[in-house]
Design a protein around this ligand. Sequence first.
Ligand code: NI
Length: 473
Amino acid sequence: MKRASIIILFLLGMIILLTLLYMNDKDSNPNNNMKNDSTAVEEHTSTEQSNYRGIHIVTDIHDEALYKLAIHYPEFDNTSLNEAIREYITVSKQQFLEEVELNKPFLKENIAELNLSFDIYPVINNIYSIVLSNNSYVSGANGSQSSKVLIVDVDEGRYISQLEIIKDTIENRATIYKLLSKEFEQSEEYSIFFFQDYLKQWIDDNHPFSNLYLNNHSLVFKFDKYQVTAGAAGSPEISIPIDKVKTLFTDEWIEKLKINIDNMPEKPIVPSPTPSEGKEPATEVPSNKKRVALTFDDGPHPVNTVSILKLLEKYEAKATFFMLGNRVDFYPETAKKVADQGHEIGNHTWDHKDLTTLDHEEMIEEINRTITVIKQAIGQEPTAFRPPYGAMNDKVKAASTDLPIVLWSIDTLDWKSHDPEAVLKIVKSNVKDGSIILMHDIHKTTVEAVALVLKYLQDEGYEFVTVSDLKSS
Ligand code: NI
């Protein structure tokens, strides 16, 4: 009896085991399908490569009555990574809109602003550090700044915790405290604003180093405003070369980074062709034709900008593209294509902050960083400047001395209506000789609008020129 029941139990166990194994196998099939799906999506949505393999940039810009917002965030081909970013974006936006709601009566004079932006740093292989930053102003002079660091392994499709990278021991905490104290004290920028007590507190609080990230040569600590310095220091960043802090790393990362310390991949040097080739202001025969300048802001976009280029080519139209530096950084090839087809490239700042809320140095940084990335991409500097939201004062004018500032005379509100017919209607009822028309090449619906606008204006006898050509004669 006993033996028989043992055998029965054994057989039952085997059946359960085999069933489980079979089900497991079945489970892995949808996974394979998903992999196939995601490659299909990738091929479908991006005709142009991103500069950061597996990552794209999404830009969302609004200019409302009481507030304006510019949101930029990374989107991964590996969709499982997107949730953490979207969560951050949604919460940040909600908090801002709640504050706007609370401060409504005070916002008529001083429009509120939210700028969510990010910087991306290649570490090794397909690992990137992403520093998300939140700058907002809701009534009153003092804006708030905060940041969040994410370290992502795109190939493995997961976020890496800082505690995987450095060993969290008492000795290491002491070392970090010493290093950071020294760096702050010796920093020209931060020393007078630095509070040593606050740093000590931060170390003792057992902070899990979630503000720490790597780039391809340094370990960087990013602090929030007021965290360890006075507000005037903004959000300080302390960068320490990796080979100076080797002892902090876990064995796994010593291994990973050592390989890289000896032969770090240098950023490829883009050969910069001699400027001013093929794009002379052209000694055109002055025509009696009515002229209009189409302008496209906030791009480039790897799909929509390219579609617009095709339409422009069809109508032999020249236009001006006011690009954002952070998007040129992702899509240098798209920017190059625009320039190669003879269109004018303008500077629209790095990440679309209202420049009137920045101090002089921040303003210069927004403008110059964009000039650099555009020059890297297309081989020449931008030839016009358009401040985000058209927001200007004397300081902005002074900061952009070398570039002509170009605003617009017709705002198509394409970003708001997403309606090609509505865009055409606005153009129809406002256009005249010399008009500068504002559109945004990041929206799919704008591509359709451009088709309608080009057709209509050509039939009306207009010629399509760049803003510089429009101004020069
Ligand atoms: Ni804009």
